[in-house]
Design a protein around this ligand. Structure first.
Ligand code: IVH
Length: 690
């Protein structure tokens, strides 16, 4: 993980300069207009343009300027209001009898501690104050009114005083009872909470929208808000995939209720779903622990959560502390580090893969997001670039969540400089200059030249990689050098290298040349599955290679002679893969390359029938997290699998072991939470056959 500092965005840089009154006024106006524009995009169109982190920075800059120049603050300043007043006549207005406020943010521990100190100062108490820790669900805030126990009006937050009547759209939402449960219900109850869309449902919804040619939603929150504001042709399925989680009672709380904890219990008793994690924290240290736990489990939650919320538990104290126009002073939202940031596309390069596929890759101005510095993001293919219309010079929103590779979410249209041009896939391979082809109905553009150095290089890299023949010392740089020198033109050439030739290479020397040759020699004795994987057949990854190896029990000639239909009969193999395998072995060039490899001494045990799930670790499931001191992740995975174990990506109750190294992610926390046994590298090695 590189820890490059990020450039402050221009707005923040401007904030640091001393200002004259006139320039402060100009900047205040600019910011107020800019924030109002983003509010409209966010609340009225459900299509925000910039990441939350950047929006928060704009707000903070404005708050700081207004604090310094109070007389310059505009009466309509966005720092004094919540959201925006709903426009248009689509939904009837609903007045909130108790205003729906927003929350102040804390960005780090120091800001949270400052909040705690302010609370104690306001209350004049010395001992720690109890807080209820809740998750900050990232969805749409709504109010549900129940009259004599029946759900009668549901509305959006709007500007906090007036929202929109979306009762009909709220009725099918999960977690909203049509009637309050329990014997004594108040004449009128007003419930506050968040409507969220689970991540999975969000992905499904966007896939359908894209197929239909509709603009996809940029995040689950806007998809939830957009779903609630459907008017014509209301999609019932979409509403049914939404979930409501209650977090407050604005009217109708029984008199006996004295704390937020009890308020939440009342909500539960009335039949509402609450958020997954709630804890009473007896002081700021416990709150910190709650926040860290929530952060560690963030990616494992079904919904997007963008922070934690802490509320003073005692309701009488909440009243005593009071509220400001925009937000209560007795609560705070402690935001998680952002998973979306904006940055600039400095170039779009094209990479040529092993199969000749051309992939456009955006080269980004480095930006710290989701815990790492991101400087590349794949753009997948021509269609994807066209759909998002990403251009060199554009400011884009980059997302990196969990272990997922960075994605470009969208272009910030208003920041496009003049003179940019639509990006086009080049007509020629950037490496060998061959004319590229894109077959009808395929998304991928390819370089058709099998002798393209890029393809050769990638093939050889794949051939030598850990999951395949695992030739230590033959990494990307060496392969590049060998290909560049013309020493390796096809994979079999690897077995033709000798110490004398290698020793001549840049920075190689006699000793490393001898080491490499020894490694190459060692790699000749392999397994059938590894050999099949190493060939680089399209659609044949590790799993498929193992299925084929198991079925054909080491008999390459039988596999090479098989028709697509026969291969299709292998359990677990479908027609696309079978077709691809048969086509590969029918190609004369591949056949002669395989003959060469065998003649050069590549072998594997025949009759090898071992498949996944056989061996000393059969039936055991492992999850790997963090960096192990000696074993690379791929190596650890391979050795577990070679011993019959399974490696999966997420921790559940069924996980047998979590193997944790340095800088473990949320998986370690999850393991501790579920009581799954945690091993270090030595612990793992002890389980593996030597
Ligand atoms: S309490 C008066 N609790 O965050 C207190 N809000 O940025 C108002 N939110 O408008 C809110 N989870 O939409 C509260 N556990 C939680 C929340 C929560 C999410 C949202 C809510 C609010 C926004 C403020």
């Amino acid at each position: 993980m590189t820890d490059l500092p990020t450039r402050p965005p221009p707005d923040e840089a401007a904030e640091r300069q001393p200002r004259t009154r006139a320039s402060a006024q100009r900047r205040i106006d600019q910011l107020a207009d800019e924030i109002a524009r983003h509010d409209a995009l966010y609340y009225l169109r459900d299509q925000p343009e910039i990441p939350d982190a950047e929006y928060d920075r704009l707000r903070r800059e404005l708050e700081a300027l207004e604090a310094e120049w109070p007389e310059l603050a505009r009466a309509d300043s966005p720092t004094r209001r919540v959201g925006v007043r709903p426009g248009g006549a689509s939904f009837a207005p609903v007045e909130h009898r108790v205003p729906m406020l927003s929350l102040e943010n804390a960005m780090d521990e120091a800001e949270f501690r400052a909040f705690d100190e302010r609370i104690r100062r306001l209350l004049g108490v010395e001992p720690p104050v109890e807080y209820v820790g809740e998750l900050k669900l990232d969805g749409a805030a709504v109010e549900l009114v129940y009259e004599d126990g029946d759900f009668t009006i549901g509305s959006t937050r709007g500007d906090g005083r007036v929202g929109e009547d979306v009762t009909a759209n709220l009725r099918p939402v999960n977690g909203i009872p049509a009637r309050l449960r329990g014997g004594s219900v108040p004449a009128r109850a007003s419930i506050r909470g968040e409507v969220v869309l689970p991540r999975r449902a969000f992905q499904r919804l966007n896939r359908v929208r894209e197929e239909r040619g509709d603009e996809p939603f940029v995040n689950p929150r806007n998809a939830a808000a957009g779903s609630l504001r459907q008017r014509d042709d209301v999609d019932l399925e979409r509403l049914r995939s939404l979930e409501f989680r209650a977090y407050g009672v604005a009217e109708g709380l029984p008199r006996s209720v004295a704390t937020q904890t009890q308020a939440l219990e009342t909500l539960r008793a009335w039949g509402f779903a609450l958020s997954d994690e709630i804890a009473l924290c007896p002081g700021p240290d416990a709150a910190l622990a709650f926040h860290q736990r929530a952060l560690a489990t963030r990616d494992a939650l079904p919904f997007e959560v963008d922070g934690t919320v802490f509320k003073v538990d005692r309701l009488a104290w909440q009243d005593e502390i009071g509220s400001l126009p925009r937000a209560p002073r007795w609560a705070i939202a402690w935001k998680f580090p952002p998973q979306q940031e904006s940055t600039v596309v400095e170039a779009i390069e094209v990479q040529v893969g092993r199969t000749g596929a051309l992939t456009p890759v955006a080269k980004l101005r480095p930006v710290f997001v989701g815990g790492v510095t991101v400087s590349n993001a794949t753009l997948h293919n021509q269609d994807e670039v066209e759909r998002k219309d990403v251009r060199v010079g554009d400011t884009v929103v980059v997302q990196r969540a969990g272990d997922v590779i960075p994605q470009i979410v969208q272009v910030v249209a208003s920041r496009r400089p003049h003179g940019t041009r639509r990006w086009q896939m080049p007509a020629h391979c950037p490496v060998c200059r061959a004319a590229v082809v894109r077959l009808e109905g395929e998304a991928v553009t390819r370089c058709p030249n099998l002798d393209c150095p890029a393809q050769i290089e990638n093939n050889v890299r794949h051939f030598a990689s850990r999951g395949a023949l695992d030739i230590e010392g033959l990494g990307a740089k060496r392969v590049h050098l060998l290909a560049e020198q013309g020493l390796v033109k096809r994979v079999s050439d690897v077995f033709r290298l000798d110490v004398a030739t290698l020793a001549e290479l840049d920075r190689m020397g006699e000793k490393s040349a001898a080491n490499l040759v020894a490694q190459i020699e060692r790699a000749k004795r392999t397994t059938f599955a590894r050999f099949l994987l190493a060939l680089g057949i399209r659609h044949v990854g590790e799993g498929v290679a193992e299925l084929l190896a198991g079925h054909y029990a080491g008999d390459l000639d039988a596999l090479m002679a098989a028709t697509a239909e026969e291969i299709d009969a292998t359990p677990g193999i479908g027609p696309t893969i079978a077709e691809s395998v048969a086509k590969f072995f029918a190609d004369e060039r591949n056949r002669s390359e395989i003959a060469a490899l065998r003649a050069l001494g590549v072998t594997w045990p025949k009759g090898e029938r071992r498949r996944r799930g056989e061996g000393p670790l059969a039936g055991k499931t492992f999850v790997l997290t963090g960096t192990l001191p000696h074993l690379a992740r791929e190596e650890a995975k391979r050795r577990i699998e070679d011993a019959g174990g399974k490696v999966t990506g997420s921790v559940s109750k069924k996980t047998s072991y979590v193997v944790a190294g340095a800088d473990p992610g949320s998986k370690l926390a999850k393991a501790t939470e579920l009581g799954v046994e945690v091993l270090d590298e030595d612990g793992l090695l002890a389980l593996l056959p030597s």
